[in-house]
Design a protein around this ligand. Structure first.
Ligand code: SAH
Length: 261
């Protein structure tokens, strides 16, 4: 059996319990060395074979995993964050299917969730944004038409931009082209949950200079939107005047934030 496991955003204790238990048992662990915290490999048993996929092609990864799985070994493929976000696990899965090798996927804490925790922010504030756009700048990997940064910027939803901290001048101009004002709040979250994590608050117009000031050009997420501001409506879910499936309205309760209604 092969387990694709989300390693979480960095901190070794942000892997799931299930992921950690499998790491402790596995015979072969192939980890995405560019971003997975090596401290996670300490969970592996001493005789576990450990390989760093940063130096390997898809074919080499498959050639290492398949014979091990066929020999009855427990194989872990350790991806950073959650494998479903820019993890390139689909192409591995399809090859494993063609070899009739069984696999399972164990989700992880994506870095965009860890970034929100660093920012102490909620991406989906009522009456500010009810959507989170996870996207990236076009680099060597093309981005399909109608999925460019400027297309999404037009929505004014919360944006979390992966894999783009090396092209922030261009990112700023695309965001502005799409309709964001230069003074829209933005935040750069570098290495969320790692010991050297850093948050830089700035605006859409100052992304590049703000990152340069702290030497940030990789392993960062760019977050954009008014969710970083202080104006929002309180939720209906916890509003005393609101009835829902689990609770009757009780308007006699004190509303702590009446001005926000
Ligand atoms: N599957 C991963 C993303 C892999 S793509 C996930 O779910 O998080 C790699 C990109 O993710 C990096 O270029 C960076 O933009 C972002 N990233 C990964 N870990 C990060 C972290 N701890 N802090 C900030 N950004 C991170």
């Amino acid at each position: 059996m092969i387990y694709f496991i989300g390693a979480g955003p960095g901190a070794a204790d942000l892997i799931t319990v299930k992921g950690k238990e499998l790491l402790e048992k596995c015979d072969l662990c192939i980890y995405a060395g560019s971003l997975v915290n090596p401290a996670l490999l300490d969970y592996c048993k001493p005789d576990c074979v450990i390989m760093n996929s940063a130096h390997m092609t898809l074919e080499e990864v498959i050639a290492a995993m398949v014979p091990a799985a066929q020999a009855g070994k427990l194989v872990v493929r350790l991806h950073t964050g959650d494998p479903s976000v820019y993890g390139a696990h689909r192409e591995q899965i399809d090859l494993l299917r063609s070899y009739n090798v069984d696999f399972k996927i164990v989700p992880g804490v994506s870095s965009f969730c860890a970034a929100a925790a660093c920012l102490e922010a909620e991406y989906t504030l009522p009456n500010v944004s009810q959507s989170v756009i996870i996207t990236r700048m076009e680099g060597r990997t093309p981005v399909p038409n109608r999925q460019k940064i400027a297309d999404y910027a037009a929505h004014h939803a919360t944006m979390v931009i992966f894999l783009s901290s090396g092209m922030l001048e261009k990112l700023s101009s695309e965001l502005i082209k799409g309709g964001y004002k230069a003074d829209t709040p933005a935040a750069i979250v570098y290495k969320a949950s790692w010991p050297d994590e850093r948050v830089v608050y700035c605006t859409v117009g100052t992304l590049a200079e703000s990152a340069a000031k702290y030497g940030i050009n990789k392993t960062a997420l760019i977050t954009v939107g008014e969710f970083l501001g202080n104006i929002y409506d309180r939720s209906e879910l916890y509003n005393p005047n609101f009835t829902h499936g689990f609770r009757e309205a009780n308007p006699h309760l004190v509303d702590l934030k009446p001005e926000s209604k």
